[in-house]
Design a protein around this ligand. Structure first.
Ligand SMILES: *Cc1c(COP(=O)(O)O)cnc(C)c1O
Length: 410
């Protein structure tokens, strides 16, 4: 994972050309992941719906569209971004959580397919659209899966989806208003590598589906785990894809109709494409430990501090492994602000090739939930973004200036 170049361009050259902190994405990696995913599902009608909250840069969305990957959005603004990137409304699924009905109306007005996650909104949908528009419903299958508590979305106490124990209430509303349920959806969580979790969730949806007569789609969500370090196992996509395809085929036979299977990966498609480049500002040799201070913080990459997430960190300016040192890698935000966590979610020290102040410090797996979760905390500028494609690096989001920080202030 300690790669020092992308498509032949040195990370240090990218840092020099575009400055730091900088998010860099490798377009080829995204294409590779798309094609892996496509090849892992066989003999079924599969549609990939990129869960774009992972990375909404318009250039990434355009790339997805060019690869015939459709899109899942969670806000009206993500929907607008998808349209700006060239998607048709009909290629967009709106999967919000607990939003006002006006957002559903907005999505419908743009031609998007909506995915409803509570009974109250389902009733309003029935009242407003009756039999005229189809929709998906998101169910909560009461299944435990996901890398940590904050990213589990299908367990009994999760806020997401309509509980599978409320099937009768759903059917009452469907019958009362003639709502056309064209698809059932569930999303278990993120960072799931265990194939059984995906199959358990699928079986729960298939069981639930028997009572719905108008189905065209089964949407089994995303959450496929990616590797975060050289020996870290990601999901075995071939195995999971084959098992899901088989289970889906069997279901279609029983259901008596060939449906389309949707999956909605975010992380799987973009996480590994991204590298976050920062610069070493201070090497502080404290009596207790050595801190490596960099010119960024949780304002730019919050996953470690928010989830205790592991990011592989390396010194892009020094390939000499003969002399390494342990560093606690920290940001400049004025509270505990650590980038180096172990796999159990505890702050740790990392062995890096010896760091000199000014070196470029890189973090892997920065393509998903990196920039999209960045904020202006401490009133620092957001990082710039660069896409490397066809052996060329091009800026896809400019670095900010003071004007950006004060634009809407009066
Ligand atoms: C976030 C999200 C996903 C994507 O999750 P990943 O772990 O990034 O694959 C898929 N579906 C829904 C509804 C989501 O909210």
């Amino acid at each position: 994972m300690a790669y020092y170049s992308i498509q032949g361009i040195q990370l240090t050259d990218l840092a020099k050309q575009f400055g730091t902190p900088l998010y860099v994405y490798n377009a080829d990696k995204i294409r590779e992941k798309i094609s892996v995913l496509k090849s892992c599902f066989s003999n079924i009608d599969l549609k990939i719906k990129y869960a774009c909250k992972a990375n909404t840069n318009l250039s990434i969305l355009r790339l997805m569209r060019a690869e015939e990957v459709e899109i899942d959005v969670v806000s009206p603004q993500e929907l607008e971004l998808a349209l700006l990137a060239g998607y048709n409304g009909s290629q967009v699924t709106f999967t919000p959580s607990g939003v006002d009905f006006s957002e559903i109306e907005f999505a419908v007005s743009k031609g998007a397919i909506v995915n409803l996650d509570n009974l109250s909104v389902l009733e309003k949908f029935g009242q407003k659209y009756g039999t005229s528009k189809g929709c998906l419903i998101r169910i909560k299958p009461h299944i435990f899966g996901g890398g940590n508590e904050k990213i589990m979305t299908a367990h009994p106490e999760s806020k997401f989806g309509i509980s599978i124990h409320q099937k009768a209430e759903i059917l009452d509303l469907v019958n009362k208003y003639g709502i056309k349920i064209i698809g059932l959806h569930q999303h278990t969580g993120s960072d799931i590598k265990d194939g059984k979790t995906f199959i358990d969730a699928a079986e729960a949806v298939f069981e639930f589906a028997k009572d719905f007569k108008d189905l065209e789609i089964i949407d089994l969500g995303g959450g496929f785990k990616v590797p975060y370090a050289p020996n870290d196992p990601g999901v075995n996509m071939e195995e999971v894809g084959a098992a899901m395809s088989n289970a889906f085929q069997e279901f279609c036979q029983k259901y008596g109709k060939k449906l389309t299977l949707w999956v909605e990966p975010g992380k799987f498609l973009v996480s590994e494409s991204g590298t976050f480049l920062t610069q070493a500002t201070v090497v502080k040799r404290d009596p207790v430990k050595t801190f490596l201070g960099i010119n960024s913080g949780l304002n730019h990459l919050i996953r470690p501090m928010m989830y205790g997430s592991y990011h592989y960190i390396f010194n892009a300016s020094n390939t000499d492994e003969a002399k390494q040192e342990e560093y606690r890698v920290v940001g400049n935000i004025c509270e505990t602000d650590t980038f180096s966590f172990d796999f159990k979610g505890k702050q740790n020290e990392r062995l890096l090739n010896e760091v000199k102040e000014g070196d470029i410090i890189a973090m892997a797996n920065a393509g998903a939930y990196g920039f999209t979760m960045a904020s202006h905390y401490n009133s620092r500028f957001l990082p710039a973004e660069v896409l490397v494609d066809g052996g060329e690096a091009r800026i896809i989001r400019m670095r900010e200036t003071m004007e950006d920080l004060v634009r809407n202030q009066i």
